[in-house]
Structures are given as C-alpha cells and as structure tokens.
Ligand binder design. Sequence first.
Ligand code: S3P
Length: 441
Amino acid sequence: MKQPLTASPSARLSGRIRVPGDKSISHRALILGALATGTTRIAGLLEAEDVAATASAVAALGAEVERSNGTVAVTGQGVGGLRAPSAALDFGNSGTGSRLMLGVIAGHDMQVELTGDASLRRRPMGRVLAPLSAMGLQTDAGEEDARLPLVVRGTGDLLPIVYDLPVPSAQVKSAVLLAGLHAPGRTTVVEPLAARDHTERMLGFFGAEIATEDHGDGARAITVCGDAELHGASIAVPGDPSSAAFIIAAALICPRSDIVVENVLLNPTRSGFIETLLEMGANIEIVDRSEEGGEPVGDLRVRTSALKGVRVPPERAPSMIDEYPILACLAAFAEGETAMEGLAELKVKESDRLAATEAGLAACGVSVRIAGDGLFVEGRGEVRGGARVETRMDHRIAMAFLTLGLGARSPVTVDDVSMIRTSFPDFVPLMTRLGATFASC
Ligand code: S3P
C-alpha cells in the first residue's frame, strides 16, 4: 500500500546530525567480507533494505553474518569459496547489490537465480552481463535486453579481460573487478570518466593487488590481479553523501537555518554535488576533516543561502549521479537557469529520474525542460509547491520532493514514501529533529 506524506514550509532548521552509513561502501564491505578469509568487522553499516538484501545474499552463499552492538561481523569463505544458494537471491530494489553479486557469482561453478522488485526488474542487466559473459558467465538472457529475474551459471575457469566501459558505471566496473579476483592473470577495466572508486580502495585495503592508471581527461584504467587472496579487515563506514544531500539542501532553502552534518564521506568521486553547490553560492563549510576506513570524511556546516543558477558540466555527472533530482529541486530556488547535461544514465535508475524530476518540478510550478539528455531548470528564487508528486517507486524522488516542500510556499505531498526505507529509513525523523514539518495524510 502506498504511504503518502506531506512536507510543509519550514524555517530555522538547526542542530547537529549524523547521516547513516554510505550505501555503496556498505554493499562492498559485505561482499568483500564474504570473499575474504577470516572475519571482517563493519562499524556503521547502513541499516536499510538495499544493504539488508546484500547481507541476506552473502549469507545464502555461505558467508556468516552476525550483528552485535552496532557492528556487523562477516566471516568469509575466501575467493572462490562460496556455495550455491538453496533459493533465488532476491535483491529487492538494489541495482548495486544485484550487479556486484553477478561479478562474484561469475567466478563460482554454480547456478544462481537472481530476482528483485518491480523497479529492479525493469533495469538493464546487459551492461554487466556483456563483460561477464566474455569472461565465462553463462546466461540464457540476450545481453541487450536482459532483465531480472535471471538464471546465470558461473565457472571456476573464468578468463581475465580488458574491458572498455561503454558507460561510466561504478556498478559495471565493480562487477568486472570482482569477477577478475577469480580469474588467473590481470583483469583491467578502462573507464571514460572516474566513477566512484570504493571497490578499488577497499580491494587494496583487503590485500588484493590492484593498480589505477590515469589516462587523462578523467579516464582511468584499473587492473586487479586474479587468483587473489583477501584478508578480513575492520571497516568503519562513513556517512552517505547521497543521503546528506537532502539535509544540506533543506538547510540551504529553509529560512534562517544553520546545521552541521557530521562524518560525511568526501571522496572526490562522490563530491560533485558539494562542488556544484559551492559554485551556486551555497554557504557550506567543511569543518573538521579526517579519514575513516581509507576514505576522506568531514563535518559540514550549512546555512541558508541565496543560490544562483549554474551550468553543471556533463563530465561531473558520475561524481553526483544520484544527486541530480535534489539538485534540480534546489535549482528551482536559485536565481537564473541551471543547466545539467550528460544525464542519460538517470533514465535507468530506480525510476526514469529525468522524467520523474521534470514531472515533479512542473507540478510544483517550476519552469523546467528536458532537451536531449540534459535537464534545464529556470530558478525564480522561490517555488510555489502546492502539488502532489509521483515518486515512481524511487526513494530519491520521494526525498527530493519532500525537501522541496519544506522550502516551498505551499505544502508538497509525495504519493509514496515507503521506498525511502531502501536507503535512508530515518530520513523523516532526522529531518523532524532539525525542525522540518511533515504530516501523514
Ligand atoms: C552505485 C553506482 C551508481 C549509483 C548507485 C550506486 C554503486 O550506479 O547510481 O546508486 O554503489 O556502485 P552506476 O554505477 O550504475 O552509475
């Protein structure tokens, strides 16, 4: 059943909060823990449905997963040591979990069925099946239009490859690198623009031989040595910048706000949103920088700001790919046009985010258009709101438009907040603690 929620104009957000653990790092910590020998202890693992699905999947494949006192311990089976699950693996809403696990399954001589919810069953899987099939994974599905549910068969004789990514996708890169751990020799992925690099960083942290070579203009080649041995490690998961984005945005548009978001991941491959906000004139200070589990983190102080429209270059897209819906909402509060280009990948996320964002903004009285794979928002300094927005089974569309409603002149209702539990179950209570007003209807 759908759960609608209304966000009402709010002012003076204040206080200090910590956002939950980064979703991308959480998936990877579980997966590498399952492939390592010994026990991996993960502090701050994201407790949300997407990550829970990955935890269930690694347990079904033979890793031990135990929770105690806020820490999750994963005892792995070593690279190539997982076993066939007794039932289909259900990844729920999670593209990351399902695609990364396809890379792992590829290196095991076993047959596995993977499935997911209605949103995930619509998303393209051919992008991971193409390189994995070249390495030896078998599947009945045609690569072009492959969708879950899928039955795949891995092999103990995977071949290493050199793969030129046709799209800048961290999921595809990671699936190939994870498969490469199981193949003899070197597996290389060449990416046209740097996508998030948590897999590379964490593989090094677990003892894999991995090297990154800069090819100029953002392109790079990542090579992993196969027949790898990974050793269990201790990981502290930093706060998720993609969840922090909604809180930062709310503080920027709600009058007289002054907040601190603690322990936010500041990895440069994830920082495009902050970079863009600073160009728009946002009052954001990074106070207190440190390092958490091999990743840069910091506390962010954010105050209400007058924003101006900017052009966001297409090459920045991979470093803020999940933040475009909330950036587009913020752009409506800025003065002048914000041009966001190179957004083709937004069409294949949990929903078609290009279309969902355009429709939501238009319903709220914002002047917006899609041209090619770009999104153009004409900011007028304020937003009418007073609309009901369709979230299309997409957690980030739900949070983006609830945030917009907090800064708009009239309340905004989103038709369904239930999917927020896939990434940020405490979104509403945390925002409420800062002073935001929501009402169920
Ligand atoms: C993710 C990569 C991105 C992002 C997703 C998480 C990851 O997808 O949109 O939310 O953890 O690797 P793509 O790699 O498909 O761009």
